[in-house]
Unconditional design. Structure first.
Length: 139
């Protein structure tokens, strides 16, 4: 089954964080990995923060960002997802950028994997719970 991957997971492929090994387990499954193109913005922001905190060199951040699209079989334009994501954001009372991933999973009839514990709590008792999977399930 196709999996939508959010930035909280994708960044773990690039830099060592808690659950990096679980994130890399996704490469072992035969399922296609997809994401909205917004993932690039979120990943760049995280890489910038790691450079700012002296956890990563600028050159490595730039290189990692260039490599990131290669991990995905498809990156859908966020402009195609934003209306549905806004409705989900209203329903969940959660920031729209996370809801882009949920909307992509809904639209593509697949699951979304995240390491975002706040998002997991938010969707747990919602209509979207069946779409969102905790990265730790792949550990």
């Amino acid at each position: 089954m196709t999996l939508v991957v959010d930035a909280s997971v994708a960044v773990k492929w690039l830099v060592r964080e808690h659950d990096t090994s679980a994130a890399r387990q996704l490469f072992e499954i035969p399922d296609p990995l997809i994401a909205p193109d917004w993932l690039m913005v979120e990943a760049a922001s995280t890489l910038w923060r790691k450079v700012k905190q002296s956890e990563l060199a600028e050159i490595h951040a730039e290189q990692h960002l260039k490599e990131l699209p290669e991990f995905f079989s498809q990156m859908l334009p966020s402009s195609e997802l934003v209306s549905g994501a806004l409705a989900i954001a209203f329903h969940l009372r959660h920031p729209i950028y996370d809801c882009l991933y949920i909307e992509m999973a809904r639209r593509m009839a697949c699951k979304m994997v995240t390491a975002d514990k706040e998002l997991l709590k938010r969707v747990a008792r919602s209509d979207y719970a069946q779409l969102v999977v905790d990265l730790s399930d792949y550990a």
